[in-house]
Design a protein around this ligand. Structure first.
Ligand code: UDP
Length: 381
């Protein structure tokens, strides 16, 4: 259909997907070659809505599928059938998914069932262990088996796809759109510093202390892992020179433990999840970050902030190889040792605190748009 606009349906459901997709969605919306539509699944309702509010993205469809007691199987079933109905209504030329969530995997599967091409943003991340991160490692592999276009953030990710016999012509190293998102948000903060007033009270309360940012939410850390992290934070916060700012994930498996173990401590601020600009500001004011998050591992290096990754493996080896990230697991003693080393050994700190961007240059969304424009779409019918 020469001249016809490409109908692109972008589907997402969680905070990290929304953060990493908004730069691309904005570019697609501004480009006359595309008719860009958005479907959200609401897989992480509250956290997703925070990003929609900050970015001004307005979904064309909202499946609102989140249920507090969903098992993974129930979530998967609801996603595949809910997304399938949207695909039947929209009949897009291409479905865009991001990362490794149940939403991304089920969107790819639903599109595959309808022979609609899938483009995968942030393709090729592999830990090599299907149980860490769980179930995301398998979600990614399922998407890789289906996608027509694989947007690998790094050369390492592209190589992982080639190792799995993905057609090399369908793999493109684009950088990670998270860096585009960071640039966009930093630009907005520079124009309107009031956007990051959310931490002003804590900055006053903790003036003169060394700020440690903490996040954790990984499913495979639920139970002993979360407890190990909580104890490490508690011990770290006994130091008078340290203040911990810890936006707690809404998941009750994290929230209940952290509130019980860390609530009321003088040097620990347990706070609600921050909107994206305020979280970016936390990265700015923190000395270093303790996290099990994927996205924060990518953002920390861009700020030159050491990232202690509370996981045993990572599918983002670039930060570790470059020396800004270190895997520390969830053992209390190990986390505490590594955190104190950064606090007490200025050389060790300086070696990790080096701003660089192994994950992208802030131009990834533009590259992806051009690749989507060039995709050989199947003829209708
Ligand atoms: N983030 C945020 N507010 C917070 C904590 C994190 O906006 O209070 C952002 C963070 O900057 C990163 C993303 O959320 O871009 C990471 O999401 P999450 O850790 O939930 O998921 P993962 O990246 O591990 O898939």
């Amino acid at each position: 259909m020469p001249g016809a606009k490409r109908r692109i349906l972008t589907i997402f459901g969680t905070r990290p997907e929304a953060i990493k997709l908004f730069p691309l969605i904005r570019k697609l919306a501004a480009d006359s070659r595309f008719n860009s539509r958005i479907c959200v699944t609401g897989q992480h309702r509250g956290l997703l809505d925070q990003v929609l509010a900050v970015t001004g993205l307005v979904p064309d469809h909202d499946l609102d599928l989140m249920r507090p007691d969903h098992s993974l199987g129930e979530l998967t079933a609801a996603l595949v059938s809910g997304i399938g109905e949207i695909l039947d209504t929209e009949n897009p030329d291409c479905v865009v998914v991001q990362g490794d969530t149940a939403t991304a995997m089920c969107s790819a599967l639903s599109a595959y069932y309808r022979k609609i091409p899938v483009a995968h943003v942030e393709a090729g991340l592999r830990s090599g262990n299907i149980h860490h991160p769980w179930p995301e490692e398998v979600n990614r592999k399922v998407i890789a088996a289906i996608a027509a276009l694989h947007f690998a953030p790094t050369a390492t990710a592209a190589e992982a796809l080639r190792q799995e016999n993905v057609d090399p012509d369908s793999i493109h190293v684009t950088g990670n759109t998270v860096i585009d998102a960071l640039h966009a948000v930093r630009g907005r903060i520079a124009q309107d510093p009031a956007l990051v007033d959310g931490l002003a009270d804590l900055e006053r309360r903790f003036a003169g202390k060394r700020i440690v940012g903490v996040t954790c939410h990984r499913r495979e850390n639920f139970g002993d892992g979360i407890l190990g992290i909580a104890h490490a934070v508690r011990m770290l916060a006994q130091r008078p020179d340290v203040a911990v700012i810890f936006p707690i994930h809404l998941n009750p498996n994290v929230r209940k433990v952290m509130e019980a173990e860390l609530g009321g401590l003088e040097n620990v601020a347990l706070i609600e999840p921050l909107d994206y600009p305020n979280f970016v500001h936390l990265l700015d004011i923190a000395d270093f970050v303790l996290t099990d998050s994927g996205g924060v591992q990518e953002e920390g290096p861009a700020f030159g902030k050491p990232v202690l990754v509370m996981r045993e493996t990572t599918e983002r080896p670039e930060g570790v190889e470059a020396g800004t990230a270190r895997l520390v697991g969830t053992d209390t003693t190990r986390i505490l040792e590594e955190a104190c080393r950064l606090l007490d050994d200025s050389q060790a700190y300086a070696a990790m605190a080096r701003a660089h961007n192994p994950y992208g240059d802030g131009e990834s969304a533009g590259r992806i748009v051009e690749l989507l424009a060039g995709l050989n779409y199947p003829a209708p019918g």
